[in-house]
Design a protein around this ligand. Structure first.
Ligand SMILES: CCCCCCCCCCCCCCCC(=O)SCCNC(=O)CCNC(=O)[C@H](O)C(C)(C)COP(=O)(O)OP(=O)(O)OC[C@H]1O[C@@H](n2cnc3c(N)ncnc32)[C@H](O)[C@@H]1OP(=O)(O)O
Length: 174
């Protein structure tokens, strides 16, 4: 999902080489929704979308840390709109927070009608990945660097959105 006036093309071209930056982690993935991943209504199976989110998030985590990463957790997921057969699922992921050995990744999913180019947001979640060393033990990751105002805005936006989502879920589930 576009977070405002940020141009990912510019961000990626300018900053992708910066080690440990938000831009270096930025990952976009597309999937054409085919019958194998749909239910009887011709809509994407939730499990298929979760699978794509996991892969897209893992790539962002590994681009950032240059380490093998494993999924430690995924926050709450609301499927707010369907993805229909023949549409394109567009996933965007980036690291917005780091711990000692873990990284937090925001993953947005939107559906694109390939005929019209029309898009709608379908889900957003926040995943935590842990970087592993050659022995399979957690290993330190770089600190997150956001050298541009665009990256700083994305980090702050994602942090606030995760906080709001957790608060909303906590209220809804009591
Ligand atoms: C570039 C190189 C390429 C290499 C070549 C790649 C080949 C291309 C591979 C493609 C790969 C695709 C990958 C897809 C992603 C999977 O599908 S991975 C498979 C599913 N996930 C798993 O199997 C993970 C199973 N869990 C575990 O192994 C362990 O619980 C973990 C996650 C490693 C943590 O181990 P632990 O002993 O609890 O570690 P501990 O030292 O206590 O904590 C370490 C960190 O984990 C955090 N943590 C632990 N549990 C949790 C939790 N539940 N929630 C959040 N954070 C947690 C801690 O807070 C801590 O964070 P920091 O404070 O250090 O930042």
């Amino acid at each position: 999902m576009d977070d405002g006036d940020h141009s990912w093309g510019d961000l990626v071209a300018d900053e992708a080489d910066g080690e440990g930056t938000l831009a270096a982690s930025y990952t976009e993935m597309t999937e054409l929704l085919l019958p194998n991943d749909t239910n009887n209504l011709g809509r994407a199976l939730g499990g298929a979308v979760l699978h794509w989110m996991d892969i897209c998030g893992a790539i962002a985590a590994m681009r950032f840390s240059r380490r093998q990463c494993v999924t430690a957790s995924m926050d709450h997921v609301d499927f707010i709109a369907p993805i229909d057969l023949g549409e394109v699922a567009v996933l965007e992921a980036y690291v917005f927070n780091t711990g000692r050995t873990s990284v937090d990744v925001k993953v947005d999913v939107r559906a694109e009608n390939p005929r019209t180019g029309e898009e709608r947001r379908t889900t957003t979640s926040f995943l935590t990945f842990v970087a592993l060393d050659e022995e399979g033990s957690p290993t330190p990751v770089p600190n997150l660097d956001c050298p541009t105002p665009e990256e700083a805005a994305l980090r702050e936006g994602a942090t606030e959105e995760r906080r709001a989502q957790l608060a909303d879920v906590s209220e809804r589930l009591g």
